[in-house]
Design a protein around this ligand. Structure first.
Ligand SMILES: Cc1cc2nc3c(=O)[nH]c(=O)nc-3n(C[C@H](O)[C@H](O)[C@H](O)COP(=O)(O)OP(=O)(O)OC[C@H]3O[C@@H](n4cnc5c(N)ncnc54)[C@H](O)[C@@H]3O)c2cc1C
Length: 442
């Protein structure tokens, strides 16, 4: 046993990494636990799903991130229980780990709002496995249509995106680049122009959280890129080959991408403390849990607030809240009072497709078009973890910009292959199963 206080961090996302990195020079022993052995850069998952990036470009091995930080040990495992009075957590393999300080950084997961059929048939975009599975699905639908064009009439090339927030808009824009610029060169006999991308959004706007001029620009850009918009429409039911809208309209589709709602990771429920909207754990201003100064919650899982205002679930909030909690643990250990979290708003941005993006700065100024797109590329490249990932991503972006080609168009696992392996008893999950996504509902 280490002579230093033991800090257990659950989750190696932006928030968990922020905590661990802040503790580099603090006399603590850190155990960082994640169900994957890599950190996922979620903002670029849509580029994996649309073949622009390889899965490895947006995943960084956690052990390599902490190679030179000796007070951090990584443990691969899924946390399945929290014993608050006993100050222990349980892992899926039965091991119990004691802590002096516990930081929960499990992130968020998809929220289908109880929509019938969505959990069975929709494609969420939260994990690397989700992104690879969606990429497989997209490429498989084109192969199916190439083999038998009559499936186009059954909706094989209709791709429905639910939600017109940044994830939905970015995904739809990237699909448009793929379908209308690249795939026509690959499929000589297939009428690729029959592919449809349809965004279904309950609100009346796309990118509703952005300023009016950016919303108008984004809408026009999407329409120019062939994306159909169904605004003021909600999904009533999802089936394997259709989606039914609340208005009664039925759209034939084999691929419904769910980019509409989030809820806190189920770990928030395991903790057994009061939860707010979307299941986020209610917190003290210093981000500790009420009546438990030894437990903190950071990132998407917590109801992180600054100056009394609850903040959105964003990468910058996750990073800053994690770093803040790292500093608060250091203060506690030094016998000092903790401080309230204060968020530094750096603005927000989204792409709409190749050469097109919107940026809203904290001083209310806005930017859109190619300049905004280059700003978006620069920021995301800088935030990616690891030099290798940055170089590969830059290479893939550059190659795509010059040639309209995309690196990652291979189908890694076909439905029929997966089924036959699964039936033979091997430990392989079929597409849509929860393997690799333990602890999440996606
Ligand atoms: C598709 C997509 C696009 C996005 N785009 C943007 C963007 O452009 N800009 C922006 O600011 N934000 C964006 N976000 C939001 C941003 O990615 C999140 O706010 C941020 O990742 C939250 O960080 P986190 O550390 O709280 O959680 P996460 O990054 O989700 O990390 C949680 C970690 O906990 C692990 N974990 C979960 N449960 C368990 C368990 N039971 N046991 C062990 N480990 C567990 C997971 O494996 C994961 O590694 C996007 C999100 C998504 C999904």
């Amino acid at each position: 046993m280490s002579k230093y206080p033991h800090v257990v961090i659950v989750g190696a996302g932006f928030a968990g990494l922020g905590v661990a990195e802040q503790l580099a020079h603090v006399p603590v022993h850190v155990t960082l636990i994640d169900r994957h052995n890599y950190h996922t850069f979620q903002p670029l998952l849509y580029q994996v799903a649309t073949s622009l990036l390889n899965a490895e470009d947006v995943g960084a091995p956690v052990r390599s991130i902490f190679r030179s930080q000796e007070n951090v040990d990584f443990r691969l495992g899924t946390v399945t229980g929290i014993n608050v009075p006993g100050r222990k957590i349980q892992l899926n393999d039965g091991e119990e780990i004691s802590y002096d300080y516990l930081v929960l950084a499990g992130g968020a997961t998809v929220n289908y709002f109880g929509t019938p059929g969505a959990a069975e048939h929709a494609f969420p975009l939260y994990t690397l496995m989700n992104a690879v599975r969606l990429r497989n699905q997209v490429m498989q639908r084109f192969e199916a249509a190439a083999g038998d064009p009559t499936v186009i009439n059954d909706g094989a090339l209709n791709f429905v995106v639910v939600g017109a927030g940044p994830t939905g808009v970015e995904t739809a824009g990237a699909l448009s680049d793929l379908f209308y610029n690249l795939l026509p060169n690959d499929y000589h006999q297939l009428a690729t122009d029959k592919a449809r991308i349809i965004i279904v959004e309950m609100g009346k706007e796309v990118l509703a959280q952005f300023k009016e001029n950016l919303r108008v620009y984004a809408r026009q850009e999407l329409e120019d890129r062939g994306v159909e918009l169904r605004l003021g429409e909600a999904v009533a039911e999802v089936g394997p080959t259709f989606v039914r809208l609340k208005s009664g309209e039925e759209i034939k589709t084999h691929t419904l991408i769910w980019a509409a709602g989030v809820q806190a990771n189920p770990l928030a429920h395991l903790l057994g403390m009061p939860q707010g909207r979307g299941g986020r754990v209610k917190l003290n201003p210093d981000l500790s849990v009420p009546d438990h100064p030894e437990i903190f919650v950071v990132g998407d899982m917590g109801e992180v607030a600054s100056e009394g205002k609850t903040l959105p679930q964003l990468g910058s909030v996750a990073m800053q809240s994690g770093e803040h909690v790292g500093r608060q643990i250091a203060r506690r250990i030094a016998g000092e009072e903790t401080q309230a979290f204060e968020y530094w708003d750096k603005g927000f941005m989204a792409t709409i497709g190749r050469g097109s993006a919107v940026v809203e700065f904290p001083n209310q100024r806005t930017l859109h078009g190619p300049l905004a797109y280059f700003a978006w590329l620069g920021v995301h490249l800088a935030l990616l973890n690891g030099t290798r990932n940055r170089i590969e991503t830059l290479w893939n972006w550059g190659w795509s910009a010059l040639t309209h080609d995309r690196a990652a168009r291979i189908i890694i696992e076909r439905d029929d292959e997966t089924r036959s392996v699964t039936q033979s008893g091997a430990d392989v999950a079929p597409p849509g199963s929860k393997q690799g996504d333990l602890g999440a509902s996606s």
